[in-house]
Structure formats: C-alpha cells, structure tokens
Design a protein around this ligand. Structure first.
Ligand SMILES: Nc1ncnc2c1ncn2[C@@H]1O[C@H](COP(=O)(O)OP(=O)(O)OP(=O)(O)O)[C@@H](O)[C@H]1O
Length: 356
C-alpha cells in the first residue's frame, strides 16, 4: 500500500496520527501545528504575556515542563514576545526522584541557555518530603506536597523579582481536574481551576500555556525532538483520587479523542451563581507569614504547625488554628515579600501618549 501523504502539506509522507484530531501528518507539520496551537493559546484575546515580562517556567524535569521550556524559548524568538525567561525548580526533597529529575533540569538550563533557580522545601520549611512521609505516612502526603509546592513556586518567583509563573499543566490534567471537582461537588474550585491565567491583587500571575495540548502530543513532540526529560513517576503514592479520574479519562479518550477538549469546554462554561459567590471566603494575608490565605493562617503554616507539633494525619486539619503566636521551638516560614509589579503596559501607553 502506498504511504499516505501528509494531510496538511500534501507532499511529505505522513508519519504521525495526531491524537487530538486523528489527522495523519508529517513530522514537520506536526511540529508546526503543535507550536502554532500553543502560540494561539498564548496570544488569544489580550494574550497572557506582555513585552519585557519576566516569566518563570515551573521546571520539574518531566516531559510537560521540558517541552514547555523548549516551545516557549522557540516561540519567544519566533514571534518576538520579548520575554525574559527563567527556569524555576522546587526541590521537594524526595530521594531517588527529585534529585534525579533536577539533574535533567540542570541539563535543560544549558541546552536552552536559561537561568535556573532551585528552591528546596528544606530551605523554606525546614522539612523534606522524605521526612514528612516518615511522619505522616504515604496516604496524605500529596496534600503537603501540593500546598508546599504552590507556595514555594510563588516564593521562588518573588525572590527572582518575577511576576508571572507558567506551568506545564496539559489538557489531560485540566480535564481530570474538571472530573475530580465534579465528583467532589466543588464547582467553586472548578471555575477557578479552568482559567488559562489566574491572578488576584495579592498573588503572582499563573498561566498554563499547554491548557489545550494533549499529553500524548506532548510526549510525541518530546520524543521526535529528542528532548532531554525525566520520565519516572513520583515514588510516593500519587494522588489516588486523581488516578481514578485519569483512568476514566483515558478510557473515554480511547473511545472518543475529543472527550478531553469537550470536558475542558464543559468546565469552562460553569458559572458560579451570585448567591454562591457571596458565600465564598474573602482572601486575606496569613497572620504568620504574610502569604495570601482564606484563613488566619495559610495552609502551609497550618500544615507546618502540625508537623512541628509532631502530629500525623490530624495535621491535615488545616486552617483551624488562629494563632498568630508561634509555639515555642517551632520553625516558621519566612515572611512572604512580593515583588512590586511593574505595569509595563501602562508605562508603554504613557510613553506613547507623550510621543509626537
Ligand atoms: N518540583 C517542581 N518544580 C517546579 N515546577 C514544578 C514542580 N513540580 C511540578 N511543577 C510544575 O507543575 C506542572 C504540573 O505538575 P505535575 O506534578 O502535574 O507534573 P507532570 O504532569 O508530571 O508534569 P511534568 O511532566 O512537567 O513533570 C509541571 O509541568 C511543572 O510546570
């Protein structure tokens, strides 16, 4: 049987069946269409970046963030976004996992010529995940890791004077999140987690440029381009609940590949009723460390307090402590200082208005 021609350029031989659309394409058209779709996500509407912005790529050494570092570096040059890119890695202190993946990030630093900052849980919280798991067991450790990582990324970015973090969350991650939030009945969180970019007054801007990129295509892209990435799963039990959502989603994708995008679009159309919005807690800053929080203590301070007190699973009852006074001998998280955002667009507009 004669080889099929690429359904986009109609000249080269098709080598890939796109998981997202089923189109048979050649390698070069696959790269082009993948990169263009990410560019479209980034630039749609007002766009997520502005010229001169300092952007930290959350770099774990895994496939998603490695491809993100590669594609953002490329698009920044191709379309002249004018971004100042950095790699920001959080070392959770997981022996035999994160130490190895950080070696990959260090290689990426050289390959892409981007400055790299590594910030560890040990430095910030005085605890590694290895020690946390020793104390709280494997069952709930993902909660600690998730809360601590979120804050560590913000703190690392703040130390670099960066006001925008991008992560490699992909379309599969987004669809899983929709399913998980529906199964939990947490529609308020669903709305927030579907945004391409999130920012409130007191937080560092976060974006997910791979929001619509299929995991399978990210893997294909990394494979064909021979990118250096680390492919082992975390050694501590991954979030079991997400695991169920993932298996369910993969089954749906096998039957109908568009299920992933369809679920994301469904998630995007949920709108919170006014009455529900009114019931949501106002955000404030943590009395102890100054980080954004919906309680007197932020989740990280509450979890840390539990760890320091030698609690195990009960330490998960976060947000219940209202103490601004630190119990004696307990370690605390340093105060969170945010960089003052520079309104570059505002400055540009002001300069333009002065021009003759
Ligand atoms: N230790 C870390 N340091 C910096 N960023 C991280 C770290 N862990 C996760 N991230 C960011 O959060 C995104 C989603 O993380 P998740 O744990 O879901 O990993 P993943 O889906 O395996 O992604 P990756 O393939 O990039 O590891 C990553 O793509 C990355 O941008």
């Amino acid at each position: 049987m004669a080889p099929s021609p690429c359904s986009l350029c109609h000249t080269a031989r098709a080598l890939v069946k796109r998981p997202k659309t089923g189109q048979q394409v050649c390698k070069s058209c696959f790269y082009s269409v993948f990169e263009t779709e990410v560019h479209n996500t980034i630039t749609e509407g007002q766009g997520i970046f502005h010229r001169g912005e300092k952007v930290a790529i959350g770099a774990s050494g895994g496939k998603d963030s490695t491809v993100l570092a590669h594609v953002l570096t490329l698009l920044n040059q191709r379309y002249d976004y004018g971004l100042d890119l950095y790699l920001l890695s959080i070392d959770e202190g997981i022996t035999g996992y994160r130490d190895d993946s950080l070696e990959t990030v260090k290689q990426n630093q050289v390959e892409y010529g981007l400055p790299l900052k590594i910030l560890s849980y040990n430095e910030l919280y005085g605890w590694t995940m290895d020690r946390i798991v020793e104390q709280v067991g494997r069952k709930n450790n993902c909660t600690f890791c998730g809360v601590f990582r979120r804050q560590a990324l913000d703190r690392g970015a703040a130390q670099l004077g960066i006001d925008h973090i991008v992560t490699g969350h992909n379309a599969d991650d987004m669809a899983e999140t929709v399913l998980m939030n529906i199964m939990r009945g947490d529609i308020a969180r669903l709305g927030r987690s579907m945004a391409l970019t999130t920012q409130s007054e007191d937080t560092i801007k976060r974006s997910k440029p791979f929001k619509y990129a299929y995991e399978k295509e990210i893997v294909m892209y990394a494979y064909f381009k021979k990118l250096t990435y680390f492919s082992t799963e975390c050694i501590y039990a991954p979030d079991a609940y997400r695991g169920h959502a993932r298996v369910f989603l993969k089954d749906l994708e096998a039957i109908r590949p568009s299920a992933i995008i369809d679920i994301i679009h469904s998630g995007e159309t949920f709108v919170l009723e006014q009455s529900v919005q009114k019931g949501l807690k106002e955000m404030q800053t943590c009395l102890r460390c100054g980080y954004i929080s919906s309680n007197d203590l932020c989740k990280a301070c509450a979890l840390l307090e539990g760890l320091e007190a030698g609690l195990d699973r009960s330490a998960l009852k976060q947000g219940q402590s209202t103490l601004s006074v630190v119990p004696e001998g307990h370690r605390i998280i340093p105060r969170f200082e945010r960089p003052v955002p520079i309104a570059v667009e505002g400055i540009e507009r002001a300069v333009q208005s002065l021009a003759l």
